[in-house]
Design a protein. Structure first.
Length: 247
């Protein structure tokens, strides 16, 4: 780190749990963010500002006017642009010293290789099919998965290390049978709820990389914004899970 880095990250470095070594770990880390929507927007901004050295952002979609209510990384002038290009511009405006890789063609063939390049994966997608595939790739490559979901006034957050013997994976929590997608376009969402969950997702990703505090491994946090309540539920490993308990 040079003098400008020390000044930029000084408020984090002064935390004894982080210090110069922790900040250098962040600068040396790579995170894959899948989805530049309501969750990915605040996550990307905070992780850029915090000094994660390499952020890989993946999304195939373009910015629409209906996104702007909650996807705060995109502005009105970005309508019609690819979300990853719009996001990259804002991230570099905050921190021009980090590396950002954009991926518009994340698919079944290349997902595992992108996961392999990462120290942690943040899943901010809105459909079970993609979440299951991301979970499987993380298990195959032994990469921690920080998964968040948000709908209406509700949010969920957990960290999965299903590749470890005693830890559950995402599919231990949700089976493919009976998992039906609920999207914001069909059910609605209050904008700040996405901001809260995306920020918490970024927080957990940093804590996983730095091995700090409670990392929500084997736990699911459920947030009800109407009552402003937080519930924690333990998640056990499913002995019949076809993904993380293969014999």
């Amino acid at each position: 780190m040079n003098d400008q880095d020390l000044l930029r990250y000084s408020r984090q470095i002064m935390l004894p749990q982080i210090g110069i070594d922790g900040q250098q770990t962040l600068l040396d880390s790579t995170m894959l963010l899948i989805g530049m929507g309501g969750l990915g927007s605040p996550s990307a901004l905070y992780l850029s500002a915090a000094g994660v050295g390499h952020l890989i952002i993946a999304d195939f979609d373009k910015v629409e006017i209906s996104n702007l209510q909650r996807q705060i990384i995109h502005h009105t002038d970005d309508i019609g642009k690819y979300k990853v290009d719009s996001a990259k511009n804002k991230m570099l405006a905050i921190n021009p010293d980090i590396k950002i890789t954009t991926v518009k063609d994340l698919n079944d063939e290349n997902l595992s290789s992108w996961v392999e390049k990462s120290n942690v994966v943040l899943d901010g997608t809105d459909n079970f099919d993609t979440r299951f595939k991301v979970n499987q790739a993380c298990i195959e490559q032994k990469i921690p998965l920080v998964s968040a979901a948000v709908i209406r006034f509700e949010g969920q957050l957990s960290v999965f290390k299903g590749y470890e013997d005693a830890q559950p994976c995402y599919q231990c929590l949700y089976s493919k049978e009976g998992s039906n997608d609920e999207t914001c376009s069909e059910n609605g969402i209050l904008a700040p709820v996405a901001g809260v969950m995306g920020s918490l997702q970024a927080l957990q990703a940093v804590k996983v990389v730095l091995n700090l505090g409670e990392q929500l491994i084997g736990k699911l946090i459920i947030i009800d914004a109407m009552d402003l309540t937080f519930r924690s539920i333990k998640i056990g490993k499913d002995d019949a899970c076809p993904v993380c308990n293969k014999e």
